[in-house]
Every structure is written in structure tokens, then in C-alpha cells.
Design a protein around this ligand. Structure first.
Ligand SMILES: [Zn+2]
Ligand SMILES: [Zn+2]
Length: 293
């Protein structure tokens, strides 16, 4: 099985963006100009508790998707939910409804719910596993890194633990841009779809037809009974995470590597594999977790 369709183009998009309509430091029109100039094909404006961008529209060939971010405070953790592709009904969402109510409302408003920055939020595996109806979670959130907001941008660890406990969620990378001092235009997804409409982007999100990245490119991931074959742009490491501890050869390292093969550990009942690319500058890309065995 090929995870990517060789006949479909990849589109570059950021699904978590703030503007001066909430606590972002840049006006919406300027944010859109900035992302378009960096080559983005789609963007979701996701201000806190506000849906401010109207219905989806094309602006200079970039698709602008209406979104929102809802936040909830629990003991020892917070839950932030990004809603992408939501209609106006979402404005009825209430803080006191709780996070599951938030996900349900995002879905009733025609959107998709993404759990934002689980590592930054100190989310537990139990919390992540209890949320029903998530389309994805962020595996990397730019603004949750130094110098903007501590150093918990990368949620791979907690998502690996969740996956090892049977909770496999697809993963996006997003900027969560607020300050526009370097966190913007750095973490995104590459998504395969035939056309650039809200409907087709949401459908590709449902199908997991994308990968998350800060630079490195996947070309193809082929999954057979016995192995996973990766081809990609030149990187210095290709890493295969899973629910197993020691696995021989799970990191392939070298200069300008463009392919690697991972033998699925069938005899050890391996349950999932997540592929991570690391380029020369230390930037990463993440496949969605692949169920095996
Ligand atoms: Zn947030
Ligand atoms: Zn945010």
C-alpha cells in the first residue's frame, strides 16, 4: 500500500493561526499576505473563541478556511482545541461546556477538531484517549518552543505513549502564530488533494492524506506485510518510532539519505510505526502513525 497518491499534488498549509482579531500581533490581511508570499496554499485563521474569517474563500490562489480555537482549564492541564472549517454555529460554544462539548460543537458546525500542543498543555495519555472525535493532534506547535513560550513545542513523546496504549491519532504541525517574530511560516502540513476547496481539504484530513513537517519532504511511504519503505528528500536521519523499545536499525543516519527500509517486527507484535525525518539543520517531518500487525 502506498500512503501517498503519485498522481495527486501536495498542498502546503497551516491550520493554526492567530490575528489581531484575538491576541495575534498582526492584522488578518497582513497575515494572509505573509503566508501567501511564503508559498502557502491554504491557511486556517483560528482566533480564540471567535470565527472571524467568514466562509472559505480563495485569496490570491490561497484558500482561507474559517477556524476557531477553544480552550478549557482542567486540574494540572489545559485542553486547547482548534476547529477547522467551522460555520457560524460554533459561536454558540461555551467554556463551561467542557472539551468534549467543544469537539462535538466543532463537528456539528461542519468542522474538524484538532487537539493543539498536547505537550505544552501537559496533557496526559488518559486525557488524550478520552477525547472522542478528534481528527488530528498537533505533533509540533511552533510557538510552544523557545523563545516564545518555554520549550514544549514537540509532542512526539506523549503521542508515542498514547499510541503505545492504543490511541493512534493523526498528526499535524502548525505555527500557532501570535508574535510574528520567527514562529510564523515554519511548521505546516503537506496535504494531497485534487482541488483546493474547504471540502476537499477536510476530506483529505479525514483520510490522513498528509504529513507534518518543518522542512523535510516525504516522497512516498510504502507499507507491505513485512516492511515499510520510505523515500524522501535528502535528510540526515530517518527514524522509525513504535511501541517497541530496542529495535535494531530503527535509526538510519548519514549524509543526504533519501530512502530507508524498516522491517515490521511482526514476531514481537509491534502495533504502530511513526516515521520521523531529520534534516541537516535539525528540522523534522513526521508521518501519521501507521497501524501494523
Ligand atoms: Zn492554544
Ligand atoms: Zn493558538
Amino acid at each position: 500500500m502506498m500512503l501517498f497518491d503519485p498522481n495527486k499534488p501536495f498542498f502546503m498549509g497551516n491550520l493554526h493561526t492567530h490575528t489581531s482579531n484575538s491576541d495575534g500581533r498582526m492584522a488578518p490581511e497582513d497575515v494572509l499576505d505573509l503566508y501567501r508570499a511564503k508559498g502557502y496554499d491554504f491557511i486556517a485563521l483560528t482566533d480564540h473563541w471567535k470565527r472571524t474569517s467568514g466562509d472559505a474563500y480563495l485569496r490570491d490562489d490561497m484558500l482561507v478556511i474559517p477556524g476557531i480555537e477553544l480552550d478549557y482549564t482542567l486540574p494540572a492541564q489545559v485542553i486547547h482545541l482548534v476547529g477547522v472549517g467551522v460555520d457560524e454555529c460554533i459561536l454558540e460554544a461555551q467554556r463551561n461546556g467542557g472539551p468534549q462539548d467543544g469537539i462535538n460543537r466543532i463537528r456539528r458546525a461542519g468542522g474538524r477538531a484538532i487537539l493543539a500542543h498536547p505537550a505544552w498543555s501537559l496533557n496526559t495519555v488518559e486525557t488524550i484517549g478520552c477525547l472522542k472525535g478528534l481528527t488530528a493532534t498537533e505533533i509540533y506547535n511552533s510557538v510552544s518552543g523557545a523563545p516564545w513560550n518555554g520549550d514544549r513545542a514537540d509532542s512526539t513523546d506523549v503521542l508515542d505513549v498514547a499510541a503505545a496504549h492504543g490511541c493512534l491519532i493523526n498528526t499535524v504541525a502548525a505555527d500557532d502564530s501570535h508574535f510574528y517574530t520567527g514562529e510564523e511560516c515554519s511548521s505546516y502540513i503537506m496535504l494531497q488533494t485534487e482541488e483546493l476547496t474547504q471540502e476537499s481539504v477536510l476530506s483529505a484530513l479525514d483520510q490522513g492524506a498528509y504529513y507534518a513537517t518543518r522542512g523535510p519532504r516525504f516522497n512516498q511511504i510504502e507499507v507491505t506485510e513485512d516492511e515499510i519503505r520510505v523515500s524522501c528528500g535528502p535528510v540526515s536521519q530517518i527514524i522509525f518510532h513504535s511501541d517497541l523499545f530496542y529495535v535494531k536499525g530503527r535509526t538510519v543516519a548519514g549524509e543526504g539519505i533519501t530512502e530507508a527500509v524498516y522491517p515490521i517486527q511482526k514476531s514481537r507484535s509491534e502495533s504502530f510505526v511513526r516515521i520521523i525525518l531529520v534534516d541537516e539543520q535539525g528540522r523534522r517531518a513526521w508521518s501519521n502513525p501507521i497501524r501494523v500487525g
